[in-house]
Design a protein around this ligand. Structure first.
Ligand code: DAT
Ligand code: MG
Length: 172
């Protein structure tokens, strides 16, 4: 009787942990070159087809100030000024995608930072050539994702909704 109760508690806890894991979020941004080259639809489609759920979407021309905060970790790198100039050269599409392991899988889907090292089949591997025009950003950790999402979106801009796809994307 007691053992049954404990097992039930463990099962409920495991289900709760799994449900929370499915709510992992990542910040994905189509950079100005991706927008100019008409790749927005193609990139969104890849995330939709993978099975991730769109939670936030914003078409915006980012300020130098916002971009400096976004890339604060790279402020001492020699390419920082050209990175900010490139990123502020036009509008971007900022997005939040939700799903199990969305940060890690998002990075796999993007490919390596430098497109010459990106495998075919990845977004950068298929759609761009140079590191300074690598069309897309994706959070590199769950921690970074939380910071980036808070930087680009307010809470009320993020939409909570139930996707019917989830019934078929995830195991029961
Ligand atoms: P990632 O975008 O894959 O997370 P990162 O955070 O190290 O890579 O760098 C941010 C962006 O800065 C990257 O997408 C393109 C640019 N960048 C990185 N390394 C560069 C380099 N060596 N020369 C020029 N631009 C670079
Ligand atoms: Mg990065």
């Amino acid at each position: 009787m007691v053992i049954c109760l404990i097992l039930n508690c463990i099962k409920i806890l495991a289900e709760y942990i799994m449900e929370s894991a499915k709510e992992e979020r990542t910040f994905i941004m189509v950079k100005p070159d991706g927008v100019q080259r008409g790749l927005v639809g193609k990139i969104i489609k890849r995330f939709e087809q993978k099975g991730f759920k769109l939670i936030g979407l914003k078409f915006t021309w980012p300020s130098d100030d916002l971009l400096s905060k976004h890339y604060a970790d790279l402020a001492n790198r020699p390419f920082f000024p050209t990175l900010i100039k490139y990123m502020s050269s036009g509008p971007v599409v900022a997005m939040v995608w939700e799903g199990l392991n969305s940060v890690k899988m998002g990075r796999f889907m993007l490919g390596a930072t430098d497109p010459k090292d990106s495998n075919p089949g990845t977004i950068r591997g298929d759609l761009c050539i140079q590191v300074g025009r690598n069309i897309i950003h994706g959070s590199d950790s769950v921690e970074s994702a939380k910071k980036e999402i808070a930087l680009w979106f307010s809470d009320k801009e993020l939409v909570q909704w139930t996707s019917n796809n989830d019934l078929w994307v995830y195991e029961k």
